[in-house]
Write a protein that binds this ligand. Structure first.
Ligand SMILES: NC(=O)c1ccc[n+]([C@@H]2O[C@H](COP(=O)([O-])OP(=O)(O)OC[C@H]3O[C@@H](n4cnc5c(N)ncnc54)[C@H](O)[C@@H]3O)[C@@H](O)[C@H]2O)c1
Length: 368
């Protein structure tokens, strides 16, 4: 039985509830921790933990592993503390706000022989796994484009100085949310070659950096990956949509419209509805795709088996490097050179990114 401590009992706490229920034979939440006493105590009740604390340094003896769900600038120091004490760490995305921090945590976890995993739940969603399976089966032929749309409205954080809005804490919409989809594109399409990013905070004035973003990446195999995300959509037909285009057809999954929750195979195009050959390949059942089930199950399985998680320090750093390179090129009006940043290429151990965020200055603004 793995004893899990949860550090940071804000918005993410409730998201994991189902996962803990499903995994109750292998994992139990032993302690909840938040600077804010009420939140720590409420999470203890919700998750049936044994106790709560307001100081993460007090919980070492209660845990084998921790889920760190803290504001981004705290991922590094808190992660380091637990890895140094040989605890396994599931880190909410993004791994850290700076490249050197990612490199240090990754190396430290490898030296200490503990599991360090980034919580990228989208990687484990059934719909994502199915899209990958269908793509790899060759059903749509040779893939030349993948498009991911994420349209949300997040004005609730319209005060400055939260992890979502504050550039000094790393974000940007692409960094704070797009990181899921850059990770997915690197997994689906392989080694990136070059790319561009254009973002704006027009329409989302609560954001320091972009609240709306467009990232386009060209891959070694000739395919192009495109993620467009916004936190300013006052309305949309597709809150979430993934499409993969091949020489023999298109795979489409969307959470909006009449085909919501279905993976469609679209074999012909055209304005005439009758000429379209659409078939439903897969449909999400009510019980599938719980938000973080797959992710937590993978974390537990890696701890028990000693295997490296698929969303590990190296792959997460690689995904964030792509974003930092895109940001840097955007500021310089250049196209980013992304060669060398594939998941299956040798990991680059030294810092290679020029982009940096001023997290120290941002802390002065930050509201806990
Ligand atoms: N995987 C996903 O899809 C997903 C979705 C939303 C958020 N997240 C990530 O989860 C993390 C947390 O996000 P959130 O929305 O829950 O944030 P939040 O601001 O709602 O909660 C953060 C909590 O951390 C507490 N905290 C701050 N400093 C602390 C300290 N030193 N010790 C203990 N507690 C402290 C705060 O009091 C707060 O309760 C972020 O990394 C975010 O990117 C992931």
């Amino acid at each position: 039985m793995i004893r899990l401590g949860i550090i940071g009992c804000g918005n993410m706490t409730g998201q994991h509830l189902n996962s803990f229920e499903v995994l109750k034979d292998t994992l139990r939440v032993s302690v909840t921790c938040d600077l804010n006493r009420e939140r720590a105590e409420r999470a203890k009740e919700i998750l049936s933990a044994e106790r709560f604390d307001t100081d993460y340094q007090n919980i070492l003896n209660d845990v084998d592993a921790v889920l760190i769900a803290l504001p981004h600038q705290l991922h590094y120091p808190v992660g380091k503390f637990f890895i140094e004490h040989k605890k396994h760490v599931l880190m909410e995305k993004p791994l850290c706000v700076k490249e050197w921090q990612c490199l240090e945590l990754t190396k430290l976890a490898e030296e200490q022989g503990v599991t360090l995993m980034t919580a990228y739940p989208v990687r484990f969603w059934e719909e994502t796994l199915k899209m990958k399976e269908y793509m790899d089966s060759g059903i749509i032929g040779d893939v030349f484009q993948m498009t991911i749309y994420t349209d949300h409205y997040n004005p609730s954080r319209d005060t400055r100085g939260t992890w979502m809005t504050c550039s000094g804490l790393g974000g940007g919409q692409t960094f704070s949310h797009g990181c899921h989809y850059i990770d997915i594109m690197l997994w689906f399409l392989g080694n990136p070659v070059k790319g561009t990013h254009l973002g704006t905070n027009h329409g989302t004035p609560w954001m320091d950096r972009e609240g709306t973003s467009h990232a386009v990446i060209r891959f070694e195999n000739g395919a192009v990956g495109y993620h467009t995300g916004t936190w300013g959509a006052r309305g949309t037909t597709h809150p979430y949509k993934m499409e993969i285009y091949g020489t023999d057809g298109t795979l489409s999954y969307s959470t909006g419209g009449e085909n919501s929750g279905k993976i469609m195979l679209i074999k012909k195009n055209g304005y005439d509805e009758e000429k379209r050959l659409n078939s439903v390949l897969w449909e999400k059942s009510k019980s599938s795709g719980k938000h973080t089930d797959g992710e937590i199950a993978h974390f537990v399985s890696c701890i028990l088996s000693g295997e490296t998680p698929i969303t590990n320090g190296r792959t997460s750093t690689t995904g964030l490097r792509v974003i930092w390179k895109l940001y840097d090129a955007e500021m310089k009006d250049e196209v980013a050179d992304l060669r060398g940043l594939g998941f299956n290429l040798p990991f680059i151990e030294e810092p290679i990114c020029d982009f940096d965020c001023d997290s120290e200055a941002a802390l002065a603004d930050y509201k806990f």
